[in-house]
Design a protein around this ligand. Structure first.
Ligand code: EPS
Length: 388
């Protein structure tokens, strides 16, 4: 299963095509749109989210609520297009009043992208480099999420810090799997603790007042995985590398840790690895989950726990210095309408990316054509590893 997305932030629409979806998978528009809504929400988001009400129109690959096995196309309308149709026209000439973007924002793709493609208007780059594109990614991955739900896998995320406001967790590797998605979604910053939520919102308010932006950390958790997904034979078959690549594909993600992550580098081996035990009913298990659900690039069957660090968004009210590309004189960077903090939204995007990798790992192991065959292959595998 793979996806391709297209669309500019202020173009008419965003498109995602998902190929390699097995036939016979139930798809619900309600579920797709609920994920899109979660991506749009979060304290600290910008004015754009009050213009958009993201909803996906499925235009291929689904019939009577079930996949056909052909490519699934999802289209999300950009309502803001109505305000940009002249400035973003596909064929008409540029309006005479067009204001080019010539003051690239430090930290954004503006400058390097403009140098790369040789444009005199950074908008040619930033329209696609915008995090708006993550809406189509979430829509694409909602197909993967439907698949995972069908085979008993749940993927969720929560925010663990925003700026220096942190969720207090004694041992996240123990507590993370037990957080309740409802508690997370009730929080305006998608953090399962009310006091930490208040501190994070205060940090966002302070940053907004200072013309600043804020990053943070979040965790993605997957429950219900069978052991043995992924591979150990080639670097790219390891789920560690696949999930890492998928998460680093999200704008502004600067760090990814599995289980103990960087913490493991400071500890002796006996405090890092998870002793193996045998549960007569369920098969092999571990006394702890410091590995975060992956050993040798494969799932252990314990919860997958991945932590990501997101940098602050580059569009600042209190703009940094830049160079005007027309005059080559120092000036201040563009002040676009933007988010103060998009960490809660990025966590939803990360869920999507992880879900896509996990769904693919299931398809690699259990077949790709038809849901009934896949379900029975998983059942017989579960049976075999219980009695091994
Ligand atoms: C976003 C839409 C964008 C930005 C943001 C994310 O909308 P607009 O540019 O019209 O305000 O709010 O994009 C960025 C943070 C970025 O760096 O480009 C969205 O839908 O997520």
């Amino acid at each position: 299963m793979r996806y391709l997305t297209a669309g500019e932030s202020h173009g008419p629409e965003l498109t995602a095509i998902v190929e390699g979806v097995p036939a016979g998978l139930k798809i619900s528009e309600k579920h797709i749109n609920a994920d899109l809504k979660r991506r749009q929400s979060g304290y600290g988001r910008g004015a754009r989210q009050s213009i958009e009400a993201d909803a996906a129109r499925v235009t291929s690959g689904v019939r009577f609520g079930k996949t056909l096995g052909s490519p699934v196309t999802l289209v999300i309308e950009n309502r803001d297009w109505a305000n940009w149709s002249e400035r973003m026209a596909a064929f008409e000439s540029a309006p005479r009043t067009l204001k080019r973007e010539v003051t690239p924002r430090p930290g954004h793709a503006d400058l390097v992208g403009a140098v790369k493609i040789g444009t005199e208007d950074c908008r040619d780059v930033l329209e696609r480099a915008s995090a708006r594109s993550t809406a189509s990614l979430v829509a694409a991955a909602s197909i993967a999420r439907e698949f995972l739900a069908d085979v008993g896998v749940e993927v969720f995320s929560y925010v663990s810090s925003i700026g220096d406001a942190r969720l207090g967790e004694d041992d996240p590797l123990l507590s993370a799997p037990d957080y309740k998605p409802l508690d997370i979604e009730m929080s305006e910053v998608r953090c399962p603790d009310a006091e930490a939520t208040r501190a994070m919102k205060r940090a966002i308010d302070d940053a907004a007042a200072a013309g600043e932006s804020l990053g943070g950390t979040f965790r993605v958790v997957a429950l219900g995985l069978v052991p043995g997904l992924g591979g150990y034979s080639q670097p790219e078959s390891r789920l560690t590398s696949q999930i890492g690549a998928a998460l680093f594909g999200i704008p502004a993600i600067k760090g990814v840790e599995f289980g103990l992550g960087f913490g493991a580098a400071e500890l002796v081996g006996s405090r890092v690895h998870d002793a193996i035990e045998l549960d007569r009913g369920r098969g092999f298990t571990r006394s702890s989950n410091r590995a975060g659900g992956l050993e040798g690039g494969m799932t252990t069957g314990l919860p997958l726990i991945v932590t990501c660090a997101m940098k602050p968004i580059p569009t600042l009210g209190h703009a940094l210095g830049t160079i005007d590309l027309d005059t080559l004189e120092p000036t201040e960077a563009s002040r676009e309408r933007s988010d103060v903090c998009a960490v809660p939204a990025a966590a939803v995007v990360a869920e999507a990316q992880v879900a896509f990798v996990l769904a693919n790992a299931y398809l690699d192991k259990f077949g790709r054509d038809d849901m009934r065959d896949i379900r029975s292959a998983i059942k017989s595998y579960r049976q075999r590893i219980r009695t091994m």
